[in-house]
Design a protein around this ligand. Sequence first.
Ligand SMILES: [Zn+2]
Length: 64
Amino acid sequence: MERLEDAEVACPSCWETVELTLDLSAGSQTYTEDCPVCCQPMQVRLLVDEDEGTYTVDVEAENG
Ligand SMILES: [Zn+2]
């Protein structure tokens, strides 16, 4: 079953707050997403703790 969660993060390129939709059912993953504000790619690192039902997300500039 899909488990989607909205999270707000600060873009590492323009520092605007952007909203990401995370797919927690896919587990921990790292992927690249373009910032909707400045269009720069950012690397999203999602860590899902399936036992606790919690997650942490953190972003960094892809070419950083
Ligand atoms: Zn940006």
